[in-house]
Design a protein around this ligand. Structure first.
Ligand SMILES: NC(=O)c1ccc[n+]([C@@H]2O[C@H](COP(=O)([O-])OP(=O)(O)OC[C@H]3O[C@@H](n4cnc5c(N)ncnc54)[C@H](OP(=O)(O)O)[C@@H]3O)[C@@H](O)[C@H]2O)c1
Length: 287
């Protein structure tokens, strides 16, 4: 058992969040996803990150059931999608996610994007948290001004903000703001989503050679050195294992300085300030 997989950060309410989890975005094939979860559990993963919009919550539930873990052993995250935002809508969407995930509580529930009604969504989430149905409440893709808006509304601040982060887009200003405000930085797309040449960069190969680690492991360790939660996604058993072997080495300040040179401020995912995109994804499709 890789004990590092039990390492955690403590949220400001005292709840622990495992540093490493498995992301399951784009994993829509049932047997592939179930196999990935079973491999991950075998290697020691106990943290899984899904979302309503990934349309795979049922498969996650099946994978976890087949892995034989008890509910208490698992840290489970889901997210409220843009067209479900608003006070009543969020409560309804939360219950739907619980039903699909075959559970009566979530460890972490996030507002997926700062869509128009995010303040009302947040009020619903605070109530669900106070009722004990969510252990940790947070947001995703929130910029500093969105976090300030919650603060100015006099509402409790999120415990976690899950944002696109990788060496080409380290989000240093937001990272520092979250650190100052006690908000845990959770990195999505921690490997650059496979959309960039990041992992082929010679700096990463050179640093990896010193520690007998791959570029992906160097990048994931870089996140851990920065105090971030990481949820790399892979459907491949060997990569799921590789992505967990991060706790037997550390990077020096010199390594970190070299990796900092990869920052090109390149966002590969959506822009949280793109109002047109937020509006378009807030309309519920008619099926
Ligand atoms: N909150 C949000 O808005 C948001 C947005 C996007 C993602 N997320 C969450 O964050 C998780 C991770 O982000 P992501 O899936 O977008 O991107 P990612 O984890 O950065 O990258 C996944 C890609 O990297 C490949 N990969 C994985 N391990 C590798 C390794 N060791 N070596 C080389 N390639 C490797 C995967 O390929 P294979 O699968 O073929 O191995 C896949 O193409 C998601 O699964 C999801 O749970 C959240």
């Amino acid at each position: 058992m890789n004990q590092g997989l039990l390492d955690s950060y403590t949220c400001y309410n005292g709840v622990e969040i495992p540093k490493l989890g498995l992301g399951v975005f784009l994993m829509k094939d049932e047997s592939e996803l179930i196999d990935a979860i079973k491999s991950a559990v075998e290697f020691g993963y106990r943290h899984f990150d899904t979302a309503k919009i990934y349309e795979n919550e049922e498969y996650v539930a099946r994978g976890l059931k087949e892995s034989g873990l008890s509910r208490e052993e698992v840290f489970l995250t889901s997210k409220v999608w843009n067209y479900d935002q608003g006070y009543e809508e969020t409560k309804r969407a939360f219950q739907e996610s619980l039903d699909k995930l075959e559970t009566d509580y979530l460890d972490l529930y996030l507002i997926h994007w700062p869509a128009e009604k995010f303040i009302d969504t947040w009020r619903a989430m605070i109530e669900l948290y106070e009722a004990g149905k969510i252990k940790v409440i947070g947001v995703s893709n929130f910029q500093i001004h969105h976090l300030e808006e919650l603060k100015n509304a006099g509402l409790v601040q999120p415990m976690v903000n899950q944002i696109e982060t990788h060496p080409e887009f380290p989000q240093n200003e937001l990272h520092d703001y979250m650190k100052e405000n006690g908000i845990i930085h959770e990195a999505w797309g921690p490997l650059g989503q496979g959309k960039s040449d990041l992992l082929n960069h010679s700096i990463l190969a050179k640093i990896g050679q010193k520690y007998f680690k791959t570029p992906a492991q160097v990048v994931l360790r870089w996140h851990l050195e920065r105090g971030e939660v990481i949820i790399p996604k892979s459907i491949h058993r060997n990569r799921i294992k590789e992505n967990s072997e991060l706790f037997d080495f550390s990077l020096t300040q010199e390594d970190m300085n070299e990796i900092a040179l990869l920052n090109t401020e390149t966002r590969y995912g959506g822009d949280p300030d793109n109002q047109e995109r937020l509006r378009a994804t807030s309309i519920k499709p008619t099926k």
